[in-house]
Ligand binder design. Sequence first.
Ligand SMILES: CC(=O)N[C@H]1[C@@H](OP(=O)(O)OP(=O)(O)OC[C@H]2O[C@@H](n3ccc(=O)[nH]c3=O)[C@H](O)[C@@H]2O)O[C@H](CO)[C@@H](O)[C@@H]1O
Ligand SMILES: C=C(OP(=O)(O)O)C(=O)O
Length: 416
Amino acid sequence: MEKLVLQGGTRLAGEINISGAKNAALPILCASLLTAETLTIENVPHLNDVTTMMSLLRQMGVRIAGENKRIELTAAHLSHLVAPYEMVKTMRAAIMVLGPMLARAGTAKVSLPGGCAIGLRPVDQHIKGLQAMGAEIEIEHGYIHAKAKRLNGAHIVMDIVTVTGTENLMMAATLADGTTVLENAAREPEVTDLANCLVAMGARIHGVGSDIITIEGVEALHGAAYRVMADRIETGTFLVAAAASGGEIHLKETRSDTLDAVLDKLMEAGAAIEYGEDWIHLKMNNPLKSVDLRTAPYPAFPTDMQAQFMVLNSVATGTAIITETIFENRFMHVQELKRMNADIKVEGNTAVVSGVARLDGAKVMATDLRASASLVLAGLIAKGETIIDRIYHLDRGYEHIEDKLSRLGARIRRTS
Ligand SMILES: CC(=O)N[C@H]1[C@@H](OP(=O)(O)OP(=O)(O)OC[C@H]2O[C@@H](n3ccc(=O)[nH]c3=O)[C@H](O)[C@@H]2O)O[C@H](CO)[C@@H](O)[C@@H]1O
Ligand SMILES: C=C(OP(=O)(O)O)C(=O)O
């Protein structure tokens, strides 16, 4: 199994490009199921999740061509309308084929995702929404079996804010008979990116970026070309890496307007930040100060940045309180960070992080995607060598992470 080996203590400095967003690329790939024409997607990141999604779509009959970061998907004839357990278990985002498949083909069989390291993550809101649109759904042998002649528009009030739930229902509603209103919808920028792609394909969507999204169903969608937005979580991860190492970093091909809560916290921690339309520059002039934070749906602080800020707080002056409100088990990195000398106490969904003078390198194990990122950041600033095991989690969501970090001066290499 591959591992990452880091020698800590380098101040990160330099310039890198940010990749396309995993969490926007995945639903946009699924949107290809909604039309018989070709959907061309640009700025697609090279990630294991993207490869898994493409294999799944190919298996359903989608023809995929293209190279580098530009992919053409044509779902002229859908053949095998099944998302098998083997694929859903490695990538929960596979649940997002359900809505489009059902809307376009009238039938779908998708494995129920199991619980995962960060929490139970049920999909009841996806199912409830599709049922409200007239789908007949049965759960049998771990699979969701869904059927509908044509979905109907419906007024759906979601019990909780769910990102992929909103995306699944929004995609399904584009081809429904009548108007669908999604209340308590997720406002994450990736939902907006998907909506913009769907609009380019001929969908009629209003209220994008608000918590009430209205979709007027149309008979058919058409092909389009769409560029995936920059990854705000990758952006945030590199900014925290630079800040925690006392460095200076210039990020290109990214957007600051999707990261307000994260940038505010970095400035509170002592970073000087400047930004333009497609770049962000961070310089650490001051000593690192600890920052309290509470994760919540967008535009509040993202849960996908919580683990990285845990590392920043581990070596900052003061004590920080971190509250995780989205996932019930997203402190798996704490145990590993403690092995590196971090002083963290967890009670329920709150972690109290007292800054220490330095982290020590150690052998640690990655448990999920952002926990893995936090261990990389910890290894970069720790004294001595850190070896991170189970890094396949990292490859789900960070494109060429060791190359990018090396370009910034980090001493990092992959071994098997
Ligand atoms: C591929 C993708 O975009 N993944 C992101 C997406 O995940 P994902 O869309 O899976 O996360 P959700 O927004 O759905 O989850 C939010 C909360 O709602 C709960 N829930 C969700 C659906 C449902 O039907 N019932 C239910 O109870 C979940 O267990 C969780 O506690 O948003 C998360 C929250 O910003 C991010 O951490 C993930 O990176
Ligand atoms: C939790 C994440 O992803 P996923 O929803 O794909 O598991 C993430 O990107 O941090």
